[in-house]
Design a protein around this ligand. Structure first.
Ligand code: 13P
Length: 410
């Protein structure tokens, strides 16, 4: 069960002065390492999927694994879609299972960033999804060296931050206060005065991007000044790469398994270090108790059809599947036909919504209205429609023990 509302999760962290790691997932080894560390440290965690990493994996294939790992966890998990480029990519992110998004428009001027972010917030809040906005510019490329820094760092301005939050309605603000994405040259200098002023003015969870490579003291000062979500990738990527290089040098066999051995453990050790340093360790039970669970809704319709032959019914169903699947917050559309020909209702739709909020936004969405009014209701004269929500119990945290790992010989 433990996918939880991201806003609730970060609000808890904000009120209790710790930060949740948003760890980027780029492979199953990363996923396994992050989740094992969170379970070991009894820590809430955010699994983050970045649009900029989509060339490394197939998003449609990795998301079921990410969601399954979160659902079977004993610690609270939120699923973040990171650095989306536009509203459509954010919709794709939530329709695949994410429950928090950042569409990064920080490269645009203030008014354009504000205008577009406001539209994104409207759509995402209509689906119950939390929204992070970013203001100021954090340069760099996750996982890469300091020389690959497109653009100049631009600090978040206090006045703009206040106006941006007020006008857009975002839930969390990502600030630029001196960090960069990727490996930094030298020691980063952070502007704590600016951060403190923004925190005091906004009183809301703040996010830092480019979380790798800071000192223990820098993390403590960031958290003391409102940083509640730390985005983290480059350090894990470097550690995984080092593990692979060591394996290649030391392994007696050069099989794929021996070269890829223990990446999950190396990533997990680094994540666990962060969870303990950032005050996240040991918080799982209280976060679970205080957060709304993130459970999908099944919008079920059973119906009979008049005035259409079999081909017409199939065409209507496949058109419905095509248009309804693209509506924000729709996870899946399943059409069915009763096995018994004399069933009281011959056909079914099951439309899976990511959150109860989608019941209303889906009903009013123009694509749904057009399909329902023109193609469905005129022929589906007898029908019943009910929304169901799965009742999922969270597994007891105290009784959890780590699964045994299979040892791969080198
Ligand atoms: P690092 O790769 O520098 O840790 O930054 C990650 C990040 O900010 C992802 O959004």
């Amino acid at each position: 069960m433990p996918i939880v509302d991201m806003k609730d999760m970060l609000q808890h962290a904000y009120e209790h002065n710790y930060a949740v790691g948003a760890f980027e997932v780029v492979s199953l080894s990363f996923l396994d390492g992050i989740m094992s560390a969170a379970e070991k440290a009894r820590a809430p965690v955010i699994l983050s999927l970045a649009e900029s990493h989509l060339e490394q994996f197939d998003f449609d294939l990795i998301m079921p694994a990410v969601e399954a790992a979160a659902r079977r966890a004993h610690v609270p998990v939120a699923l973040h879609f990171d650095h989306g480029t536009c509203l459509d990519s954010a919709i794709n992110g939530i329709n695949r299972g994410c429950n928090g998004v950042l569409v990064d428009l920080s490269h645009l001027d203030f008014s354009e960033n504000t205008r577009l972010t406001k539209e994104i917030v409207k759509t995402m809040h209509g689906c119950g999804v939390s929204v992070e906005g970013e203001l100021g510019y954090v340069p760099g490329t996750e996982g890469e060296g300091a020389e690959i820094y497109p653009g100049e760092l631009a600090y978040t301005s206090l006045a703009e931050a206040k106006a941006y939050v007020e006008r857009t309605g975002i839930d969390f603000l990502a600030v630029s206060i001196g960090t960069v994405h990727g490996r930094m040259k030298g020691k980063p200098k952070l502007d704590y005065t600016r951060l403190k002023q923004i925190n005091e003015a906004l009183n809301m969870p703040l996010v830092v991007h480019g979380g790798s490579g800071l000192s223990d003291d820098q993390y403590r000062r960031l958290i003391a000044n409102g940083i509640t979500k730390i985005n983290y990738y480059t350090a894990m990527s470097d550690i995984a790469a080092k593990q692979i290089n060591n394996n290649a040098r030391s392994a007696t066999s050069h099989s794929y398994a021996s070269i890829m051995k223990d990446i999950n453990k190396a990533v997990g050790d680094e994540v666990e270090r962060c969870l303990r340093l950032w005050g996240t360790a040991g918080r799982a039970a209280e976060v679970l108790a205080q957060c709304q669970p993130w459970n999908p809704v099944e919008h079920v319709i059973i119906y009979n059809v008049d005035h259409l032959n079999t081909q017409g019914i199939e065409r209507m169903m496949s058109e419905g599947k095509r248009v309804l699947s693209q509506i924000p917050g729709v996870r899946e559309v399943i059409t069915g036909e009763a096995l018994k020909r004399d069933a009281a209702y011959r056909y079914s739709w099951i439309v899976r919504f990511c959150h109860p909020a989608v019941i209303d936004s889906y009903r009013e969405h123009p694509a749904h209205v057009a399909f329902a009014d023109n193609l469905f209701r005129p022929v589906a004269t007898k029908r019943i429609s009910i929304d169901y929500q799965e009742k999922l119990q969270s597994p007891p945290i105290a009784s959890y023990s780590q699964p045994q790992r299979r040892v791969i010989p080198s």
